[in-house]
Structures are given as structure tokens and as C-alpha cells.
Design a binder for this molecule. Structure first.
Ligand code: FAD
Length: 474
């Protein structure tokens, strides 16, 4: 039986980051995953392949729109094999690089499925055959999550996809129903729409992107109404049946037209959320506790109730995002090394990579209202900034959530082209307790979309150059 100081179970952005940090800090580390290389859901079937496809989708839409600028390319022709090969090559470059980084750090990478024998021992079912037993001083569970199915509606049909099978791009269906108006459904729905599919989105709640402020989601919805076939809000799928001609779907919801209530789609993508992978064999032989929705219980230092075992990433809770997992990894490793490290971010950015992108961090306006917290919201419309008009994308909005007494920036929300990159400034502002004046007085390059953050701060003080506010009468 071999032994290590730390074994990390699951090699996603949480797990591989933990293993790499620990090795850099001198620990003897093993990293276990069923895949050939580190990467996890994020690299194999999540963040990275979806962004490769969204990149192509954006080019296709821009090419279609370019005639408005006097440049015509003709209707884009899609070579699905080549597109798939491009996406797969992006994934293999990235996971190959991580495999290399793991080797360079002398991490023992074990390809197999881990199960607990007790709180100090793992049994690993090796992919190549056989079993390996590994004893450890500490373990970090980073087993991630998997797509959730619609309760009571799962049907066994190749036409019904989850995010993993949708990313395989089996074909370009004539029609696609996306069940769930969250970020994964909207991102993948946008890819298929750009490739030529008629995409319908069904969402149970009154708005797309439940976590985002309404004003941000509305700007995205307005554009999606043009690129998608239909968005049905306050509606739910109540029946799905596989037929020879497609999936027959019954949709329920107030005010739906009869034609929307019963439709047949070539394919259905179910994207209603994700479930934590906490049902690890043998976990019941340890003191690790599972709480509601199946998440593993951890404290702010990522410790479970079993002293030798920590847990990070999707398996410990929301938000299920790669950068949250990687940050928790750092905390977990430092905790093992005896540092007083805690996971207490002021701002975890959320980015939806649709076109336009939507991004927010820190306190949202909706959360502030729920908490009854006094805030001031300063908004700057993108139609007033040169760069947005120059790239013909004036339909954006940047908003700051500000404490009116201290003038501290509590949250930032952005919708518009490249919002996912712009939000970084918001994260730094919230994390460093910046005042609105810090943003207003920092010179932002012209003409850039980042000027919208400075101008939103100027709006708060009533002296934005590009937004006219009539003076209040005395
Ligand atoms: P995961 O990445 O889920 O990795 C867990 C690993 O553990 C897997 O490789 C699994 O094989 C392995 N494993 C599980 N059980 C065992 C076991 N018993 N033994 C050995 N190995 C095991 N997040 C973002 O931040 N930005 C995005 O743009 C984004 N886009 C996404 C798009 C899609 C389509 C999807 C599905 C997800 C997306 N996410 C995105 C979410 C992101 O992928 C996850 O938050 C992230 O991967 C979680 O990392 P993790 O380390 O917790 O686990």
C-alpha cells in the first residue's frame, strides 16, 4: 500500500488547483480522477468546450450582421465535423497542458474511481484494471457535480440531451427545446441558434437568469428574442414523449398560446441545474456529513466533520463555478498546512457568456431589496459610450450598487459585449472596499467599454459627462 500526505479526489478546477498548490508547498500529493488527464467538468464538458463553441457562434452572428456595415460574406456554411474537431482540439490542448504541469510537480496521478475504506485510506478502482489502496494523512474531496434531470420527466431518448451530450454537437437539429433559462441553457441554446436551429426556451420563473438583476437580464432577453425562436417564461414542461418524428412536449403556463402548449421538437436540452457528486462509495465509513440538496458540509476553512478530510468545489455548494472551486482549493491546502485560512470572498463574479454577456459580482440590487438594505444604484447606458457605438453594440448597461452613506461600492452588474472581462474591475473594487470616487477618479482609457464603470461612478455623483441630468429646480 502506498501512502501520501495529501490525496485529492477529482481533478477539476478545484481538485487540480488543490493538488498543484499542495505540491508547490512541498506536500507529497496524489490526484485521482477517472479521466486520463486533469481538467474535470470544466475542461472536458463545461466552461472550455462551451466557450470554444460560443466563440464560433459569435463569429457566425457577426458575419450575418456584417452586411449592415457594408460587408457581405454570404450565408455561413457549417462543417460540423470541423467545428467538433476545433472544440475537441481546444479541450485536448488544455488537458494535455494540465497533465504536463501535474508531472512537472511530481504529483502521482492515478486514473481511477476512488472509494473510502476509512478516514485514512482510499481504495481506487483503476481504469486500466485492478485496485490500488492508498493511505493518506489528508484527503480533499473535489468530486464536482453532474446535470440534474427534470423530476418525473426523464425519458430514455437519444433526442433528449443534457449539457454534456449537447456539447458533443450530434447534429444541427431543425428545432430544439431548451428546458431551463439559466446560464448553461442560454449559452448552449445560443450556440445551436447561431448554427441554424430554431430554439425555444422554457423557463419556470418570470425571468431568465434567476440570479441576475432584472434590468440586466431584460437587455439580454431583448436580444435573445431576435436570435432565438421563442422564450416562454412562467412555463413548465409537464410531459415529454419520444415519437418517430421528435419529442412531443406538453408545456403548462399562464397565458400560453395553444400552439405553444403542445409541440414536437427534433431535440430537447435539459439544463435545469446540477447535482453534487457526494455519493462517494465508503463515505459513510467517515464522519463526513451531507446536508440538503446533497452538498457536503464544510466550515469556512473547507474542513468536513472528519478531521482528515476537506472538501471543495461544486460538491460543497453554490455558486457552482470553476473559479469558486479553485479559490476554495487554496484555502483547503493552507488549512491542511495549519494556516488560519478562510473562504470569505466579498465578490464571486458570475458571468453568462451569451451575446451580449451578462456579469455581476458582490451585492445585487435584488439581494439588497430582499435584505431591506439602503443602497443607491448608479446606471450608465452603453449607448452613451463611443466604443459601444463604434462596435455597433450599444445595448449594454453598467450599474454600481453603492452604500449611500459610506459611498462604498457593494456590487457591480454589467450587460454588454465583453461584460465577462469588464467585471474584473468590479471584483477588485468590491473586494478592496473601493469608494465610488475611486472608480470615478481613476482614468480609464478612451475609447473602451471600461469607461462605462467610471461613468457609472460619475452618475452617482451627478457629474457624468455623457449622461445629461437636468438640474433640480430650487
Ligand atoms: P468538476 O469539474 O466537476 O470535476 C470533478 C471531477 O471529479 C470529475 O473529473 C470527475 O470525473 C471526478 N470524480 C468524481 N467522483 C470521483 C471519484 N469517486 N473518484 C475519482 N474521480 C471522481 N463554470 C465557470 O466558472 N465558468 C463557466 O463558463 C462555466 N461554464 C460551464 C458550462 C457548462 C456546460 C457546464 C456543465 C459547467 C460550466 N461551469 C462553468 C461550471 C464548472 O464546470 C464547475 O463549476 C467546475 O467544473 C467545478 O469544479 P470542481 O473541481 O468542483 O469539479
Amino acid at each position: 500500500m502506498s501512502s501520501v500526505q495529501l490525496v485529492v479526489i477529482g481533478a477539476g478546477p478545484g481538485g487540480y488547483a488543490a493538488a498543484f498548490h499542495a505540491a508547490d508547498l512541498g506536500l507529497k500529493v496524489a490526484l485521482v480522477d477517472t479521466e486520463l488527464n486533469p481538467g474535470g467538468v470544466c475542461l472536458y464538458r463545461g466552461c472550455i468546450p462551451s466557450k470554444a463553441l460560443l466563440h464560433v457562434a459569435k463569429i457566425v452572428s457577426e458575419a450575418r450582421h456584417a452586411s449592415a456595415w457594408g460587408v457581405s460574406f454570404g450565408e455561413p456554411k457549417i462543417d460540423l465535423d470541423k467545428l467538433r474537431a476545433f472544440k475537441d482540439s481546444v479541450v485536448s490542448k488544455m488537458v494535455g497542458g494540465l497533465g504536463q504541469l501535474s508531472k512537472q510537480r511530481k504529483i502521482t496521478y492515478i486514473q481511477g474511481k476512488a472509494a473510502f475504506v476509512d478516514a485514512k485510506t482510499l481504495s481506487i478502482d483503476l481504469v486500466k484494471g485492478g485496485t490500488e489502496t492508498l493511505s493518506f494523512e489528508h484527503a480533499i474531496i473535489a468530486t464536482g457535480s453532474r446535470p440534474a434531470a427534470v423530476p418525473g420527466l426523464s425519458i430514455d431518448s437519444p433526442r433528449v440531451m443534457d449539457s454534456t451530450s449537447a456539447l458533443e454537437l450530434p447534429d444541427v437539429p431543425k428545432s430544439l427545446l431548451v428546458v431551463g433559462g439559466g446560464y448553461i441553457g442560454l449559452e448552449l441554446g445560443s450556440v445551436y441558434a447561431a448554427l441554424g436551429t430554431k430554439v425555444t426556451v422554457v423557463e419556470m420563473t418570470p425571468t431568465l437568469l434567476a440570479g441576475a438583476d432584472r434590468d440586466l437580464a431584460t437587455i439580454l432577453a431583448r436580444r435573445l428574442e431576435k436570435t432565438l425562436h421563442k422564450i416562454l417564461l412562467n412555463a413548465r414542461v409537464v410531459e415529454m414523449k419520444d415519437t418517430k418524428t421528435g419529442v412531443k412536449v406538453k408545456i403548462d403556463g399562464e397565458g400560453l398560446a395553444d400552439a405553444d402548449r403542445e409541440q414536437t421538437f427534433d431535440r430537447v436540452l435539459v439544463s435545469i441545474g446540477r447535482k453534487p457528486n457526494s455519493a462517494i462509495d465508503g463515505l459513510d465509513k467517515t464522519k463526513v456529513k451531507i446536508r440538503e440538496r446533497g452538498f457536503i458540509t464544510v466550515d469556512s476553512s473547507m474542513r468536513t466533520d472528519e478531521p482528515s478530510i476537506l472538501a471543495i468545489g461544486d460538491v460543497v455548494g453554490e455558486p457552482m463555478l470553476a473559479h469558486k472551486a479553485s479559490h476554495e482549493a487554496r484555502v483547503a491546502v493552507e488549512t491542511i498546512l495549519g494556516h488560519n485560512s478562510v473562504f470569505e470572498p466579498q465578490a464571486i463574479p458570475a458571468v453568462v457568456f451569451t451575446d451580449p454577456e451578462v456579469a455581476w459580482c458582490g451585492l445585487t440590487e435584488t439581494e439588497a431589496q430582499k435584505q431591506g438594505r439602503q443602497i443607491e444604484v448608479a446606471k450608465f447606458p452603453w449607448a452613451a459610450v463611443g466604443r459601444a457605438v463604434a462596435i455597433d453594440r450599444p445595448e449594454g448597461l453598467t450599474k454600481l450598487i453603492i452604500d449611500p452613506t459610506t459611498e462604498r461600492v457593494l456590487g457591480v452588474g454589467i450587460v454588454g459585449s465583453g461584460a465577462g472581462d469588464l467585471i474584473a474591475e468590479g471584483v477588485v473594487a468590491v473586494e478592496m472596499a473601493a469608494l465610488a470616487s475611486d472608480l470615478a477618479l481613476s482614468i480609464h482609457a478612451h475609447p473602451t467599454l471600461s469607461e462605462t464603470i467610471m461613468e457609472a461612478a460619475d452618475v452617482f455623483y451627478g457629474h457624468s459627462v455623457h449622461v445629461y441630468r437636468p438640474k433640480k429646480k430650487a
